[in-house]
Design a binder for this molecule. Structure first.
Ligand SMILES: Cc1cc2nc3c(=O)[nH]c(=O)nc-3n(C[C@H](O)[C@H](O)[C@H](O)COP(=O)(O)O)c2cc1C
Length: 185
């Protein structure tokens, strides 16, 4: 069984990408998490370009989501909202409306920021957008505030409370999947 991890940050040393790696460590045997690496290549959404065949980077994103059993998002907060490139990618993923690759897909949202509040506004915004697109948004969040103090120099999440919260969100996401998929994985 495959979970796709999408970090809303393009930064190499992103705390949100580290948070996805921390989630990967919590997965049971038979469940893999692949972190999406193509976000930066996605062009600005233009309805005139939203034709078949889709731009290659967009086709790649849609295929990665379609092949995943669930998607875990980790988002920073930029000016109290979602980073523009993440929103842009979701706009591409949301089309065509009736058959978009996120429709009914189990998704969960976590987030990290260098400030005190751990991207809570951004996480709320992202849940709203994902719900609008038609994804099955799992309850629960993980707000990693003061991110530089929560990871060690190896990038490991060292805060036990946050690890437990992350485990809860991952379990909630896995619970959305049919038991048969977990057994077969
Ligand atoms: C353009 C920009 C806007 C930001 N706005 C916020 C904000 O509104 N709230 C907040 O908590 N942090 C804000 N930050 C700080 C981010 O939380 C911080 O850069 C974080 O580490 C980004 O996540 P990353 O480590 O995954 O790249 C902002 C950073 C940038 C670059």
């Amino acid at each position: 069984m495959k979970i796709l991890g999408i970090s809303g940050s393009l930064r190499r040393d992103s705390y949100n990408t580290k948070l996805l790696r921390a989630a990967e460590e919590l997965l049971p045997a038979g469940v893999e998490l692949d972190i999406y690496s193509g976000l930066k290549a996605i062009p600005p959404y233009d309805e005139e370009d939203d034709v078949q065949p889709a731009p290659p980077a967009v086709a790649d994103l849609r295929e990665a989501i379609a092949k995943a059993d669930a998607v875990l998002f980790a988002t920073p907060e930029y000016n109290a909202s979602i980073p523009g490139q993440l929103k842009n990618a979701l706009d591409w993923a949301s089309r065509p409306v009736a058959t978009n690759v996120l429709r009914s897909k189990p998704v969960a949202v976590v987030g990290a920021s260098t400030g005190a509040f751990g991207a809570v506004w951004s996480q709320a915004e992202l849940r709203k957008v994902l719900g609008t697109i038609g994804a099955r948004v799992v309850e629960g969040d993980v707000a990693v505030g003061h991110a530089p103090t929560r990871f060690d120099s190896e990038g490991t999440l060292v805060d036990e409370d946050l690890r437990e919260q992350l485990e809860g969100v991952v379990e909630g996401l896995l619970a959305e999947l049919p038991a048969a998929e977990l057994v077969c994985a």
